[in-house]
Unconditional design. Sequence first.
Length: 279
Amino acid sequence: MNRKIQKAVFNFYKDIGYSTYSREKKRLQVELLNLQHWVLEGKKRVALVFEGRDAAGKGSTIKRFVENLMPKYLRTVELETPTPVESKRWFHRYEKHLPKPGELVFFDRSWYNRALIEPTMGYCNKSQYKYFMKKVLDWEEELIHDGVILIKFYLSVDKSTQLYRFEERITDPLKYWKYSKNDQMVRNKWDIFTNYKEQMFARTSSRMSPWVMVNSNNKLYARLTCMLYAISHIDYGKKKRFKPLREEKLRQRYRIVVDGVPFNGLDYRQYSVLKQLTS
């Protein structure tokens, strides 16, 4: 039986406005806190993986997950460049960062660097890549059998949106540190990265350990979608059945005047671009 399958995700939060986003985010964060209490009391182990291209919103999504949780019982893992020893013992590099009983761990990039960034940039050799792709699902399914609750998110961003975010980082005095020359080097290999990404989806997704793909061109949508998926797919005991706000309550349109010209019916991304031009 072919165990490989890709996972469809929610589409409740399309075209969400900022004020509605803030209300829904709070509702979701209340449920995440309930989930964390369940994890703590039941000594559960939860690992959430966030993958995607540079500027896809991985870090900002994790930030919204954790900002109202109990910090003592969670960790965010964002590892530096591997040492030569770590590069040879790839899975061991991450095993020591897996959740302990009663803990949630958020991986801002993960062991899937070996499926994406490393082969794209030539940081690993072909045999290392092939070994990883052959072994990773077995390794993950062993973790799951051992009690780890694993969710793998892939935040998908298009080329034009990534460029806009890069330019925003370069010019923003509070965000410039997020941009590096390596970001542009990876962007220059967009099609190569895409090929490895498609290989990853085809070969490292199973019914037990699926990839959850989320469109992150709109960060507000992506953040809420990931939170909703987590609380909907982890059976945390006495949880109430969470009902997302209905679509007609989510859509919000904006208006702005630029040089005397009114722009009406804008979505949040369009509005934010014009607002930045006028500020």
